[in-house]
Design a protein around this ligand. Structure first.
Ligand SMILES: [Zn+2]
Length: 450
């Protein structure tokens, strides 16, 4: 579109090296395909090794939005890309390869003039320096695996320093106090009341380290907050969702239009917030809000998440949860169901080896459900469930055998990244809508509880 934010033009540096980098990336892509790999990271990584300025060169003359946060990156990026797409092609790292090599590969693979890219929260500062995006979406910040991500406050400090010096439009979640702290020194912030499903990391005032008063506490989607000590308070949001219940008739109100019905195809309160962030960002990039909303709400699958598999009379709903905030959102999503729950944690390298975060997940909510703990770290899950007084069995077996431990009917499986990926492959999951639970499934399976 012609009136979209003006791209930043740079003088290309060292064209010789750029040519070599492009050629090396092409060869790497070809080699990846030959070896049966998707090649979503390596081509970009090789090119950056040859030409460290390559990401900046690939970004010049493009309008790019970066999406970062602990949770919701992939979904919000997919929604934003969909919202931008009616106005022409959009480059995106839809597979979730969100470090610098993945970003470079996504831009190498497409000549689109616009891009929506998710960025690992640790890499956001370097990505912003290289890419000089037109817009940056700051979703949330909360704890993740400590060995992989480190302390939340340290990440927030790096965001704060980078955001203050950026000329991008910032679209930030006003309900997350830590996000507000990272963005407060930027002159052009669009605030979105996008909700907060897990509160502990946002319960302390980032300015004065005193406890915050929250208008609606952790566990709800509404995240009003105020510090009684220093007076810091939630910024007045430009975009609000009313009401915040996912099954109600939610609507989205923005600065320049009346409330619009907000009904994302993806389930849960968390996806109302993801959609609101994507729509606000698209509007910042001059896409009319009703049009952006329509496109964002049509997204019904993201990298195979919310997939359903059928196996020998069992319907398995596969969900991905990687950290306390993701788990809180997922447990909220399944709160109305009564089917058995399989919890699979591998804590492999891609997941982060640290499992201490299991103790920050409110597993107590599963006390009335039949639960099986499995995965390479099944014993860790079992100990945690024991402390939460959740009746469960611990099963060391492949996913198909685990399913045999349960009667036919509907089953929910929640796994970390590698568990989810492996289960999806093993079961040949297809993308379908949320399966209805089978009445009586819990009663039928009580014998299996420990
Ligand atoms: Zn304070």
């Amino acid at each position: 579109m012609s009136d979209i934010a003006a791209p930043i033009t740079r003088r290309p540096e060292r064209p010789g090296r750029a040519t070599v980098a492009t050629a090396a990336a092409s060869v790497t892509r070809w080699a990846c395909k030959l070896a049966g790999h998707a090649g979503q990271v390596l081509p970009g990584r090789v090119a950056l090794r040859i030409n460290p300025a390559y990401l900046a060169e690939l970004s010049s003359n493009r309008t790019i939005a970066l999406v970062s946060g602990t949770n919701g990156k992939t979904t919000t990026t997919a929604m934003l890309a969909a919202a931008l797409r009616p106005h022409g092609p959009v480059a995106s790292n839809a597979s979730g390869a969100n470090m610098l090599g993945g970003l470079a590969t996504a831009l190498l693979d497409s000549h689109a003039g616009r891009a929506a890219l998710e960025v690992d929260e640790q890499y956001l500062p370097s990505a912003m320096r290289e890419i000089r995006p037109a817009a940056v979406l700051l979703l949330n910040l909360s704890r993740d695996q400590l060995d992989r991500v480190g302390e939340t406050r340290a990440t927030a400090q790096r965001w704060r320093e980078t955001v203050a010096g950026s000329d991008a439009a910032i679209i930030a979640n006003a309900d997350d106090p830590l996000v507000c702290w990272t963005a407060e020194r930027h002159p052009r912030v669009t605030w979105v009341a996008a909700g907060r499903v897990w509160g502990p990391d946002g319960s302390i005032c980032p300015w004065c380290i005193h406890p915050l008063d929250t208008a609606a506490g952790p566990g709800t989607a509404s995240g009003g907050w105020r510090c009684g000590h220093c007076g810091a308070t939630r910024p007045d949001p430009d975009w609000t969702i009313t009401p915040t219940e996912p099954h109600g008739n939610a609507s989205l109100r923005g600065p320049h239009h009346a409330a619009l019905p907000l009904r994302p195809a993806l389930p849960g309160a968390v996806n109302l917030g993801n959609a609101a962030m994507a729509i606000a960002a698209a509007a910042t990039l001059n896409v009319p809000a009703p049009q952006a909303l329509r496109a964002a709400c049509e997204i019904d699958e993201v990298s195979g998440r919310y997939a359903t598999a059928h196996d020998d009379g069992r319907t398995v709903w596969l969900l991905l949860a990687k950290n306390p905030a993701g788990w809180a959102a997922t447990l909220d999503l399944i709160a109305d169901r009564d089917d058995p729950v399989i919890i699979s944690i591998n804590a492999a390298q891609a997941d982060g080896h640290d499992t201490s975060w299991l103790y920050d997940v409110p597993f107590e909510q599963l006390r009335a459900r039949l639960v099986i703990a499995t995965g390479a770290r099944a014993d860790d899950v079992g100990v945690r469930l024991g402390y939460a007084d959740v009746p469960h069995r611990t099963v060391h077996a492949g996913i198909r055998q685990v399913l045999r431990e349960l009667p036919t009917g509907t089953i929910t499986l929640i796994g970390d990244y590698t568990s989810f990926r492996d289960a999806r492959t093993a079961l040949g999951a297809r993308l379908t809508s949320v399966p209805a639970t089978t009445p009586g499934a819990v009663e039928d399976t009580r014998d299996h509880a420990a």
